[in-house]
Design a protein around this ligand. Structure first.
Ligand code: BYC
Length: 472
């Protein structure tokens, strides 16, 4: 039964019969999807110490309790309204924001919301086997926290579809549960969400780089003239921050452990013999997940992006930091493939909005990599990790038909095929990672050999806290 007790919310669910009816139909399908496609092996007999958002104020979204995963209270929250909020960019700059969907932008908005919504269950599906290979109980809890919150982000998009898009919205909400990550016939919409996440290096890189695309896209959607979309995405950003924390600190702990192993062995290069993860492998996974996540920003030159901006549907990250919010005259210079070589070309900035957002994203990733590099400095080691060039390993956009090395030097197809596993994970790298993750670590306070413990526990609990309890 749908009720405000089982579904924490601040959208007036108890008095909204239409939404209640739509959810009554959708929620059982969601739970079935969660059981079938969510964390495998942890649905029935485990209780997980997770945060549940029960309201949008600071104490309300940091409410911790033990729950069985299928009984998690997925809620619906909008950030507080901004008094007299005005459209901040595009052709309708300065007009009051919309509380309803304008008919002429219905399809575009639905498409944006569906694309955003599709990524959320996709990531849960991608990560569903990881619990069986976890490096510690602390990490297992973090995985499930990320998973339930991605589930909540799906609810957030489904709320918008149910409330503002009538019949079409209800159909789309069902489709969100029908597509499946990696499924040949019914794949998820965006490519990175069809990639397997089979080991914990994939997982931490995904939460570092792909969740950070979530951050850049949510920042740009939170500028939207459709106020409910803006408010929903603003609240989602608070949860996204924790997901990136999991990724960034997860990799930092792996680097820390690798440094310790290297030092212990007198800097012998072969960390693998000691059961750790060598730096070249870490670099390959950065190369993979960074390039896949660059693709998620779409084509460099995009009329879709120009239309979204002009119509006020999707802005730039932190739009208030820009001077010109009309962007009718501004140009953007970018590198394009020309007559056998790369040349610089100036294009109208509106058509370059995907690239503008990608710039923001690359800067945010770069800062994260620099934080990792501080670990080497602390250990007085000269090693450094780096982001590959933007043209490397692209599947979307104008460089997708070409090949480049991580420095951005063009390569022939034959050279790329011959050398790609110097820069991207090879089957042997993956096999090695699976071998060191084959035995999960479920003892409180114990950690797999390839990862250092965190600096502190969750919600001020000790590191050896029983974050996941097994029933009877
Ligand atoms: N894969 O004009 P273009 C997150 C398609 S992550 C496959 O450049 P546009 C999360 C595109 O759909 C954030 N197809 O497209 C993270 C279009 O298709 P059609 C998710 C792609 O629309 C971790 C065609 O190529 N949020 O939240 O400017 C865990 C032409 O492209 C891809 C959003 O994405 C791709 N990578 O840009 C959990 C926000 N890229 O029309 C969650 C909403 C492009 O030819 N989405 N295409 O059939 C958008 O804003 C835009 O759809 C995109 C694409 C930025 C993704």
């Amino acid at each position: 039964m749908i009720s405000a007790e089982t579904i924490p919310n601040n959208v007036g669910l108890s008095s909204n019969k239409r939404l209640q009816r739509a959810l009554e139909y959708w929620q059982p399908k969601y739970i079935q999807w969660w059981k079938d496609m969510g964390p495998q092996g942890f649905q029935d007999y485990h209780q997980v110490y997770v945060r549940t958002a029960v309201s949008v104020d600071a104490s309300g979204w940091a409410h911790f309790e033990y729950v069985r995963l299928p009984e998690y209270r997925w809620g619906i929250f909008l950030a507080d309204p901004v008094h007299d909020r005005r459209i901040g960019f595009g052709d309708f700059l300065g007009q009051p924001v919309w509380q309803e969907v304008p008919g002429e932008f219905r399809n575009q908005l639905r498409r944006l919301i569906v694309t955003q919504g599709d990524t959320e269950p996709a990531s849960v599906e991608q990560q569903r086997w990881l619990g069986q290979r976890c490096p510690s109980m602390y990490d297992l809890r973090n995985l499930f926290q990320v998973n339930v919150e991605e589930g909540r982000h799906l609810w957030a998009m489904v709320y918008l579809l149910h409330s503002y898009f009538g019949r079409d919205g209800r159909d789309e909400a069902e489709e969100l549960l029908a597509r499946q990550s990696g499924n040949r016939d019914k794949p998820r919409i965006l490519d990175a969400f069809n990639e397997p996440i089979e080991n914990w290096l994939d997982f931490f890189m995904f939460t570092m780089f792909t969740d950070r695309d979530g951050k850049s896209q949510l920042l740009s959607l939170s500028e939207s003239s459709l106020d409910p979309l803006s408010r929903t995405t603003r609240f989602m950003l608070t949860e996204e921050a924790h997901h990136m924390f999991v990724g960034e600190t997860g990799i930092a702990r792996i680097i820390e452990r690798t440094c310790q192993l290297l030092q212990g062995a007198g800097y012998s290069e072969d960390v693998r013999k000691l059961g750790g993860i060598d730096l070249p492998t870490i670099q390959k996974f950065i190369n993979l997940w960074f390039s896949l996540s660059l693709d998620l920003h779409g084509n460099e030159i995009s009329t879709n992006a120009a239309t979204y901006f002009g119509n006020g549907l999707k802005g730039r990250a932190q739009e208030e930091k820009w001077d010109d919010h009309h962007v009718t005259e501004a140009i953007y210079e970018l590198e394009v493939p020309g007559d056998g070589r790369l040349e610089r070309k100036a294009i109208p900035m509106r058509t370059a909005m995907n690239e503008v957002l990608r710039d923001w994203y690359v800067g945010d990733c770069e800062a994260g990599v620099q934080r990792w590099n501080k670990i080497f400095e602390r250990h007085s080691m000269a090693d450094r990790l780096r982001l590959p060039d933007r043209k490397f390993n692209r599947g979307i956009g104008m460089f997708s038909s070409m090949h480049f090395d991580p420095h951005g030097t063009p390569l022939s197809k034959a050279d790329w095929e011959r050398r790609k596993h110097e820069w991207l994970p090879s089957p042997a790298d993956r096999e090695y990672l699976l071998s060191i993750m084959a035995t999960p670590v479920y003892e409180p306070g114990q950690f797999a050999n390839y990862i250092a413990p965190p600096v502190r526990g969750i919600n001020r609990q000790p590191i050896n806290f029983e974050y996941v309890r097994t029933e009877g």
